[in-house]
Design a protein around this ligand. Sequence first.
Ligand code: UGA
Length: 456
Amino acid sequence: MKVAIIGTGYVGLTTAVVLASLNHDVVAVDKDEGKLSLLHAGKTPIHEPGLQNLFDKVRHTIRFTSDVDEAVPEAKVILIAVGTPLKNGEADTQHVKQAAIEVAQVCHPDRRYTLALKSTVPIGTNRHVAKIVEKVFSARGIRGNVSVASNPEFLQEGLALPGAFYPDRIVVGTDCEDAVDTLRRLYRPILEQTFEPPSLLPRPVGYHLPPMVTTDPNSAEMLKYAANTFLALKISFINEIAGLCEKVGADVTEVAQGIGLDSRIGPRFLNAGIGWGGSCYPKDTAALLGIAAQSEYMMPITEAARTVNSRQREQIVEKLQDALKTLRGKTIGILGLAFKPNTDDIREAPALDIIRRLIKEEANVRAHDPVAVENARHALNGFPIVFASDVCELTHNADALVLITDWDEYQNMDLGVLAKRMNTPLLIDGRNLYDPQEAQAAGFHYIGVGRRIERT
Ligand code: UGA
């Protein structure tokens, strides 16, 4: 099937590569010439495990262009995957609307299209986009034939490819029956799992065929916000419990394990720690509250999830302050800058927030990350930070080490060696990555999030 994808960010590029590898005929459009030249040179602009490898295999079949006219007229499906950044407490849909206008301007009057929005958008946007498209057609003096659908994306950074090939579900929200049929055909190889798994992405053992959930556009838009908000509050809930564990001498990792075994609760997204960051939960929970406010509706649970999340970051700094008495002139090593492992994305990353607070307290900050240093350097331009090239440099004469991103490589470090390099061997484990007893045996004064510490 011929597919035009507008936007080559995390969602657009992953979708382009996955659909191309399923033998669809893909043209991807982006206005960012820098991104396009990287893509033309065969390089993916983002760090996403397996993406470069798969891109190498299919890139000769994907066309990248800045011109919608080269992509849209011949396409059967047009997917809009542009950003909807937060603006004044709302998701800003200007890029989505602009993309819809540009698409409608070049649609062939005699062809039938399905226009699906993958971007996360406020409730009502799909129906509004359908009206925009109609308006452009009437200005062109044509009837046009575009069925608009919401096709929300559930891509998890760091796990984008497994999530795309082996999703839990595919959601389509539309008022047009033909759009359901077209999108079912587009996703058929995934819905029926008829493709040969790429070499690095074997089909998970026990994986079941994913259902396609069909609904109306407003419900599909709401479903996406509800999914992200639920996950954000699940994390905030376990973080709230972690705080109480610290007060009463319980261990949150054991509590999480025990409650997660209840199949009604489930074990995932119960890792207590520094809280959530990234481009989605902070933005989507804020946008949902914005939507609620417009309807004069209170959402105290969503508000509380956000409050708990900011408190997690503050508490890390407070724990440092308690242990070191003052932060002024102290050297703090930050392990991890990305908002989660396996990505170079630093949007709303807890590390950046914590670093800014530490610098305000006049601490000397050193930071390390396996892949996100360049992005962080850019975001923290003007802040006095030393970016360490390895963990040894980070720990040399440091007063504390703060683990912020739970990269695998941090798990396997020799803590005994690191503790000896430090001025005061204090380890604040913001992700509960280490075993408290092992860290203590290695010579660290260990402080986790909601951990029971038996002092040795
Ligand atoms: C999230 C959703 O998981 C995706 O389904 C959705 O498509 C995406 O938002 C989006 O709307 O685009 P993402 O933000 O990439 O994906 O990452 P998550 O894996 O969900 O993690 C978000 C944050 O929660 C990270 O900072 C992570 O460290 C934190 N987290 C996650 C915890 O603190 N504890 C946990 O148990 C799990």
